[in-house]
Design a protein around this ligand. Structure first.
Ligand SMILES: Nc1ncnc2c1ncn2[C@@H]1O[C@H](COP(=O)(O)OP(=O)(O)O)[C@@H](O)[C@H]1O
Ligand SMILES: [Mg+2]
Length: 390
């Protein structure tokens, strides 16, 4: 049986060593690497386990052992069946026992020796594999990333959050497009508090405070976005987002992110990293497809995995026009399936002007409404019948 590994280490060399050592183990491969070993590590581990339930984790706690133990305990609590190999510099009896007590199944002493590593992999191979049980109870982050301005990133995020809220899911919609700040506009909201206040109050953040702070849409979801004044910069950092994201996935079922199109912005990248699914929004126009290629290549270089990405074609029309790319051509160019084609409808502009989500009224554009709900079903993995009764 092939072995899939998740490797968490702040030490690039360590991660490289693991990869190198696996070269002569053709049945084992690294499927995810985490370069920061932080308290929210378990979130990313759980997300990867949803896709690879058989995976095992190698966790380097050598960087900061005290913090490492806490992280190990959190991962263990979140994934009771996960096989964890902890690595640390001190391999004396006491630290090994402490590591096993914190939840590790096996232990490696650093610097890593080839034979030790090989033995650990053999022990892992011999251990009866228990797939890490089921889906996690954590909320899921769905991010919409535009490959160009105007492709419909904001409208998709807004309508996605709306459908989830209509289905009584506890949903938060986050606008990370600081320049656009279009989510509030599309929803007719005038938020008094923004991500800036969220950032300033993170240390005492709880659900009551959060919900008192942010705007609640009539459909039931919460929304929070950037300050409206464009000169306000640097009010939110990537580290803050990490903490905020951890709070959100622990308290809410779904977090929908309008990631705008600034894919290399560090907060956006942080949000994408924490996302269960990243919807890459394209249209049938060449500039958008070309950027999609660049975005995908960049995300792959940044360590994202293919199975996190879904290409969504917005404003889709079956057109017989050489100026518009067909879905087949998009698939070929991007070497990715198109996950969904969301139809073009004139009603969208009316909805944006009315500042209410199109899906809020199911009669306005029934065809769009049907297609969009089917998209949400597919994206959230709900079968049609479940979705209908929900
Ligand atoms: N499916 C659609 N059909 C028709 N028009 C759409 C559709 N989706 C978005 N639009 C329109 O495209 C414009 C840009 O949408 P927006 O969501 O602001 O894009 P982005 O966030 O990518 O800049 C808006 O005027 C919106 O009404
Ligand atoms: Mg937008």
């Amino acid at each position: 049986m092939p072995i899939s590994l998740l490797v968490a280490s702040t030490d690039e060399q360590f991660r490289e060593m693991i990869r190198e050592n696996l070269l002569n183990q053709p049945n084992a491969k690294v499927i995810s690497e985490y370069a920061d070993v932080a308290s929210n590590l378990y979130i990313r581990v759980l997300q990867d386990l949803e896709r690879h339930p058989e995976a095992a984790l190698i966790l380097d706690i050598g960087g900061d052992p005290a913090e490492g133990f806490r992280i190990l305990e959190k991962v263990r609590a979140a994934a009771p069946d996960l096989y964890i190999i902890a690595a640390n510099y001190s391999g004396d009896g006491e630290s090994v026992i402490a590591t096993i007590r914190a939840g590790a199944n096996d232990f490696l002493t650093m610097p890593l020796r080839r034979t030790d590593f090989k033995d650990a992999i053999t022990r892992l191979e011999k251990t009866p594999r228990r797939a890490s049980s089921g889906t996690s109870k954590l909320g899921r982050i769905y991010s919409f990333l535009g490959t160009k301005g105007g492709v419909g990133t904001t409208s998709l995020a807004v309508n996605f959050a709306s459908v989830l809220a209509q289905r009584k899911q506890q949903t938060v919609l986050i606008d990370l497009d600081a320049i656009g700040n279009d989510v509030a506009m599309q929803l007719g909201a005038a938020p008094q508090y923004t991500l800036q206040e969220v950032g300033e109050n993170l240390s005492r953040m709880d659900q009551a405070l959060f919900e008192g702070f942010v705007t609640r849409d009539p459909l039931g979801f919460f929304l929070v976005g950037p300050p409206d004044a464009l000169e306000q910069r640097g009010y939110f950092s990537e580290a803050m987002f990490r903490e905020f994201g951890t709070f959100l996935v622990e308290k809410y079922e779904a977090i929908v992110v309008d990631a705008g199109r600034s894919v290399s912005d560090e907060i956006v990248l942080g949000a994408l990293q924490a996302s269960s699914i990243i919807f890459l929004v394209v249209t049938q126009e060449f500039p958008s497809i070309r950027n999609a290629q660049r975005y995908i290549a960049y995300l792959m270089r940044m360590g994202f995995s293919q199975d996190q990405l879904r290409v969504v074609c917005n404003r889709y029309q079956k057109r017989n026009n050489p100026n518009y790319t067909s879905l087949e051509q998009i698939q070929q160019t991007l070497n990715q399936p198109v996950f969904y084609g969301i139809p073009e409808t004139p009603a969208m502009l009316t909805a944006v002007n009315k500042a209410r989500p199109l899906v809020a009224d199911r009669q306005t554009a029934p065809e769009y409404d049907k297609a969009f709900r089917a998209f949400v079903d597919k994206a959230t993995g709900m079968s049609k019948s479940v979705a209908k009764s929900a």
